[in-house]
Design a protein around this ligand. Structure first.
Ligand code: ZN
Length: 100
């Protein structure tokens, strides 16, 4: 369905936003967070997106021990932050126009 295509763009914006927090974000946390917003995103979808965004230079990652396993935590890079800043303006403009 076409809606899905657009939603995946929103998902990337969410990731970028949460990756700017000092503690960063990780796959499972993002899945829960997106669920609160009404998005059903599986691990098979979120992990490739995170990896993509890292190879695009928007995110950087480090490994963190949690219990017995290791999780990959992602933080926005300088270029990720500047992309987010310009997206914020575009999202705001779009929102205004849609609600005129
Ligand atoms: Zn969010």
């Amino acid at each position: 369905m076409y809606e899905r295509k657009l939603i995946m763009g929103f998902v990337r914006v969410h990731i970028l936003h949460h990756a700017t927090s000092p503690e960063g974000t990780y796959g499972l946390w993002m899945i829960q967070e997106l669920k609160h917003h009404g998005y059903q995103i599986s691990p098979g979808t979120i992990y490739p997106i995170l990896a993509d965004m890292e190879s695009e230079g928007l995110l950087s990652s480090y490994e963190e021990k949690s219990g017995g396993s290791i999780r990959k935590v992602y933080r926005a890079t300088k270029s990720g932050r500047s992309v987010l800043e310009s997206l914020k303006i575009k999202v705001e403009e779009l929102y205004k126009e849609l609600n005129e």
